[in-house]
Design a protein around this ligand. Structure first.
Ligand code: THU
Length: 163
């Protein structure tokens, strides 16, 4: 046997101005996307903005339902809209932000496991790393690939390492 250690690298930004202009634009789009949140049950407004390889930005927001499991997270509404409308475009970067009654939460929004799995699928489909930006009021975290928020990805499409 051997014991192993996994290291995950990511960047903390303490203001959006520290980010590259393209990332600043994506964060602004995710904040804007929160306007589309339909969240009468949780009152938690989540916005997502996805940049495709050609620069197109697709927005998504959480959509809730009286029959709870029928709703969908912001990230998946953006990813599925992009997958459906731009099936040949790889995903480049996904930004996510959440607000409660007091505005954008201090801590960065953390995607649920199902959303991470969906990110992993599109990362594999696009054959390139999908970057993830988690936005909080006090801190913004950037991950260079989905693997960094979903280690040991279940990925039946993967035939050997692609990165
Ligand atoms: N939600 C998202 O949209 N994205 C996440 O990453 C976590 C949770 C939504 C689902 C539900 O509408 C609300 O936030 C409360 O869980």
């Amino acid at each position: 046997m051997r014991k192993r250690k996994l290291t995950i690298e990511y960047t903390d930004y303490f203001s959006v101005e520290e980010m590259e202009p393209q990332d600043q634009e994506l964060v602004a789009a995710a904040i804007e996307a929160q306007k589309g949140s339909y969240s009468p049950y949780s009152h938690f407004r989540v916005g997502a903005a996805l940049r495709l390889e050609d620069g197109t930005i697709i927005k998504g927001a959480n959509q809730e339902n009286n029959a709870y499991p029928a709703g969908l997270c912001a990230e998946r509404t953006a990813m599925f809209a992009a997958g459906a409308n731009y099936p040949d475009k790889a995903f480049d970067t996904l930004a996510i932000v959440g607000s409660d009654g007091n505005g954008i939460c201090d801590n960065p929004a953390t995607p649920c496991g199902e959303c991470r799995q969906v990110m992993a699928e599109y990362q594999t489909k696009g054959k390139r790393p999908l970057k993830v930006i988690l936005v909080g009021a006090k801190k913004i975290q950037k991950f260079e690939k989905v693997d960094d928020i979903l280690p040991f990805i279940f990925d039946s499409l993967k035939s050997g390492e692609i990165f």
